[in-house]
Design a protein around this ligand. Structure first.
Ligand SMILES: Nc1ncnc2c1ncn2[C@@H]1O[C@H](COP(=O)(O)OP(=O)(O)OP(=O)(O)O)[C@@H](O)[C@H]1O
Length: 229
């Protein structure tokens, strides 16, 4: 579903991704783990077209999106929940979710989005900035789902969120995957969340994938070593 081949990207002269390849099938949840500065955010931004691709290719289903602008990639089926969530604080919850509708042409938020996140329906007229961290994360995911993606990218969604809410987020992401057949890529530093949510765990170091293993039977100690070095 999401196929990345020999992907290289850079900030100016400084190359961060050095020819990364991965193939994520429909309905799979992949956790991309790695310490600070290893390239997780750069990978997400390159997939979205925010950081330019130097070479290599990105395909969503049968579409090559490598040369597309970010909004065209969203229309082609990739949605992104950035690190820090980046919701619009001054806009209401409903207005925030509606910003995700621009590529679908729908005028109103589909009810199944509020079914996933009932708290957002209760708070739909509140300003985004008045929500708790966990509620803002739900709002950011709801906004991303409003564009009806095939692939959903989440950059460190657990950052600054309480453990009980983190467990609920893992359940919600699996439910989204099950109900919508989405492919989900989540970058993460919290091992317990990655093990809870993912079907497959990858580790990124210095812009390269150094470990790739199915969740089932995973060597947790080995992953922990990568994260602690
Ligand atoms: N705008 C930028 N300009 C230049 N270099 C950058 C920029 N953003 C990130 N980098 C560098 O790219 C490398 C990868 O950073 P990136 O943010 O992708 O890592 P990360 O794994 O997401 O880390 P974190 O967990 O802290 O978000 C780092 O060496 C970082 O210093």
């Amino acid at each position: 579903m999401l196929d990345i081949a020999e992907l290289r990207s850079a900030y100016g002269e400084s190359e961060i991704l050095h020819g990364m390849s991965m193939s994520v099938p429909k309905g799979q949840i992949v956790a991309i783990m790695g310490r600070n500065g290893m390239g997780k955010t750069t990978l997400m931004k390159t997939l979205m077209g925010i950081v330019p691709t130097k070479s290599g290719s990105i395909r969503v289903g049968d579409k090559d999106v490598t040369a597309m602008k970010p909004h065209e990639r969203v229309a082609s089926g990739i949605a992104y929940v950035p690190q820090g969530r980046m919701i619009f604080s001054a806009m209401t919850v409903q207005e925030n979710v509606e910003t995700g509708l621009t590529v679908t042409g729908e005028k109103t938020v589909p009810p199944d989005i509020y079914e996933l996140f009932p708290v957002l329906l209760e708070m739909k007229n509140r300003r985004g900035g008045n929500l708790s961290g966990g509620q803002q994360q739900q709002l950011a995911i709801a906004r991303a789902l409003a564009s009806k993606p095939k692939a959903l990218l989440l950059d460190e969604p657990t950052e600054g969120i309480q453990p009980s809410i983190i467990r609920e987020m893992a359940r919600t992401l699996r439910r989204i995957r099950d109900e919508r057949g989405l492919t989900i890529i989540v970058s993460e530093q919290v091992l317990s969340f990655a093990l809870d949510v993912a079907d497959r765990v990858m580790v990124i170091e210095n812009g390269e994938i150094v470990h790739d293993a199915p969740r089932e039977g995973i060597d947790e100690a080995k992953i922990a070593r990568f994260l602690s070095v």
